[in-house]
Design a protein around this ligand. Structure first.
Ligand SMILES: [Zn+2]
Length: 233
C-alpha cells in the first residue's frame, strides 16, 4: 500500500517540520479551542485543497468538503436523512460565529460533469445512486444549461454549471434562517469563488456585478479588495 505509506511518511515530516515550527500556535489552539473567522465549503476533489490555495495556518478556516461543494436547501425534517453539511454549517455559524462563508467551486469538477452527462441517472446506491441523489440538488440549473447548450453548442456547459452551482449554494445558504439573520445584522458575509486547476486562477464572485472576476496576484499594483465591499483586507 504505497499510498498509505506516503501518508505516514508525510506525518513524520509534519511532526519534525511544520508542527515544530508552529508548536506555540498548536498549543494555543489546543488550550483555547478554535476560533476560525471563515467557513469554506469546497469539493472533495484531491486537487482542490483550500488550506493550500489560501495558504492558511491551522485554526484559520473551518472547512466542509463534499461532492461538488454543494449546500443543500434548508430542511429541518430529521427524517430526510443525515444532514452532514447542514450540521457543519450550523456549527460554524451559530457556535464558532464565523464572519464569512465561502463557497469554493473548481474547474473540471467530476460531480458537475457527471450531473451534466447524466452518468449516474437511475443508478442504485453503490453504483452511483448516492452521487446521483446528491447532485439532483442542481438538476434545475443543469436542465437550463443543457437546453442552452443544445441551442448554442459553443457554450461551455461544464463551466457554466460550475458557476451556477456556486450561486445556487449561496442562495441555499440564505434559506437557513440563522444565516439570513446573521447576514441581515451585518455579522456574516457570503462569498463565492472558483479555482481553475489548470491555470491556477481564482475567480471571485463580485456581488455588485454578479460576475466571477479573476483575482490579480500582483501585490504591487493591485491591493486585494473584497469584491462588493468597500474595505480592503
Ligand atoms: Zn469537484
Amino acid at each position: 500500500m504505497p499510498e498509505f505509506k506516503a501518508l505516514l511518511e508525510g506525518y513524520r515530516r509534519f511532526r519534525t517540520g511544520a508542527y515544530q515550527e508552529q508548536r506555540r500556535r498548536y498549543d494555543a489552539l489546543a488550550d483555547k479551542g478554535q476560533a476560525p473567522g471563515v467557513l469554506v465549503i469546497s469539493c472533495s476533489d484531491s486537487r482542490v485543497d483550500p488550506t493550500r490555495i489560501f495558504d492558511t495556518e491551522p485554526g484559520q478556516m473551518f472547512v466542509v468538503r463534499n461532492v461538488a461543494n454543494l449546500v443543500p436547501h434548508f430542511d429541518p425534517d430529521p427524517t430526510h436523512g443525515q444532514h452532514s453539511t447542514s450540521a457543519a454549517i450550523e456549527y460554524a455559524v451559530t457556535q464558532l460565529k464565523v464572519h464569512h462563508i465561502l463557497v469554493l467551486g473548481h474547474a473540471r469538477c467530476g460531480g458537475i460533469k457527471a450531473s451534466l452527462e447524466g452518468t449516474f441517472d437511475n443508478a442504485q446506491p453503490g453504483e452511483g445512486g448516492f452521487i446521483n441523489r446528491w447532485m439532483s440538488q442542481i438538476a434545475p440549473a443543469r436542465d437550463t444549461i443543457r437546453a442552452a447548450a443544445q441551442l448554442s453548442p459553443d457554450i461551455d456547459a461544464c463551466s457554466a454549471l460550475e458557476l451556477a452551482s456556486i450561486r445556487l449554494s449561496i442562495d441555499n445558504l440564505r434559506s437557513f434562517p440563522f444565516i439570513a439573520a446573521a447576514e441581515a445584522r451585518g455579522e456574516l458575509h457570503l462569498q463565492g469563488a472558483l479555482f481553475d486547476i489548470a491555470e491556477g486562477v481564482l475567480r471571485v464572485l463580485n456581488h455588485d456585478t454578479g460576475k466571477f472576476e479573476a483575482l490579480s496576484v500582483d501585490w504591487e499594483s493591485e491591493p486585494v479588495q473584497v469584491p462588493g465591499q468597500l474595505k480592503a483586507v
